[in-house]
Design a protein around this ligand. Structure first.
Ligand code: BGC
Length: 359
């Protein structure tokens, strides 16, 4: 498929997802749609989970804020829980006290967040579970990516690469946070590919808080223990991949094993260009954040958004993740406007970028 058509495919998937979710949405945009009748601004809560992964402050927050304020007279009450579930509960209580009309919640801990959903429901404030699932029938809408597909894409890319290279002695698995429902999906889906592949799993770790430092510390121990027997690294996102890569660099690992990732973070894309990381998964956060804003806008107006699907009976939209390797950086993250060549190809990466055909 040529570059323009690939790009079209990405955008078309996006457009479909959004049009489906917004089928019940009436055209709007006037300020009167988003005031409470008194002309005051309407407050919308946005609570994000952590600060160790770049996406939240760099993409989710600004994209959501830009979109919702373009839809009317909205003010966003924002807080980041910095990986602390108790702190997130306090932030939610404070946002509810401030009089938010809708809460967009990306939970640190999917189970603990049920308390937040119930507190919001008690005040008739609808909750959108953003990116991470919350198991409560009081959640009004769930917006995420197909997280099982993410795990399948990561593991399939890794298994195929190890088999193609004939380096199947064993891999380690660095999973995400045990309190994040997405991490459980990634892990289960990755196992569904790795377990039947015949490639041994030498060791496996659930990374507390998705912390790159904790992933690095654990990976350093595995490098010492398994040496060159460790021929592949399944890392659930780019942060944990970065931790594993730092551990292997410190140990002088050679030969270098393929490492997976997720989020298409700038650092992850640069590591792919440089050959340190094998792949990542691109998730078009712009679509996700803007859809959350559209759905919040509808809920704030007392409308019922029309879902594409349901997940455990909750109206939902699941967007489509895309594999990125050195061969399709241009057609994915660059053509989609997620990163520019200038951002990726800084002086340190100039030679690697030229070799990868990025210009
Ligand atoms: C998100 C990932 C992110 C991870 C760590 C997951 O729930 O889906 O995009 O890398 O959390 O914050």
């Amino acid at each position: 498929m040529s570059k323009p058509r690939k790009r079209f495919a990405l955008l078309a998937i996006a457009a479909l997802a959004i049009s489906g979710a917004l089928a019940a949405c009436s055209p709007s945009g006037s300020d009167s749609d988003s005031t409470d009748g008194s002309g005051d601004t309407i407050k919308i809560g946005l609570l994000l989970p952590e600060t160790k992964t770049a996406r939240y402050e760099a993409f989710d927050r600004p994209l959501f804020e830009d979109k919702i304020t373009s839809l009317g007279n909205y003010e966003v009450v924002y807080a980041n829980a910095a990986q602390d579930a108790d702190k997130q509960l306090q932030q939610a209580e404070s946002a509810l006290t401030e009089g938010i009309k809708v809460l967009v919640l990306d939970p640190v801990d999917g189970t603990a967040a049920v308390t937040i959903v119930e507190a919001a429901a008690a005040q008739d404030v609808p909750v959108i579970a953003y990116d991470r699932f919350i198991k409560s029938d009081k959640v009004s809408y769930y917006i995420s990516f197909d997280n099982e597909k993410v795990g399948v894409l990561q593991a399939t890319a890794l298994v195929d690469k190890l088999k193609a290279d004939g380096t199947t002695t064993g891999l380690i698995m660095i999973n995400g946070s045990p309190t994040d429902a997405n991490a459980a999906d990634f892990k289960k889906a990755a196992h569904s590919v790795i377990d039947p592949s015949g490639i041994p799993i030498l060791a496996e770790f659930d990374t507390p808080d998705w912390s790159p430092d904790k992933a690095q510390e654990w990976a350093a121990g595995q490098v010492t223990q398994f040496g060159t027997e460790m021929s592949g690294v399944y890392a659930a996102n780019d942060g944990t991949a970065g931790g594993a890569i730092a551990a292997m660099k410190a140990a002088g690992t050679d030969p270098w094993p393929p490492v997976t990732g997720q989020d298409a973070e700038l650092a992850g894309i640069q590591r792919i260009v440089a050959g340190d990381q094998f792949m990542t998964v691109y998730k078009a956060i712009k679509l996700q954040a803007e859809l959350a804003a559209e759905v919040a806008h509808q809920l704030a107006q007392g409308k019922t958004p029309e879902p594409d699907t349901t997940v455990q009976d909750i109206p939902s939209t699941l967007l489509t993740p895309v594999v990125v390797t050195v061969d399709n950086i241009q057609e994915t993250v660059i053509d989609d406007g997620f990163w520019t060549v200038d951002q990726i190809c800084t002086a340190d990466y100039a030679d690697a970028c030229a070799a990868a055909g990025l210009q």
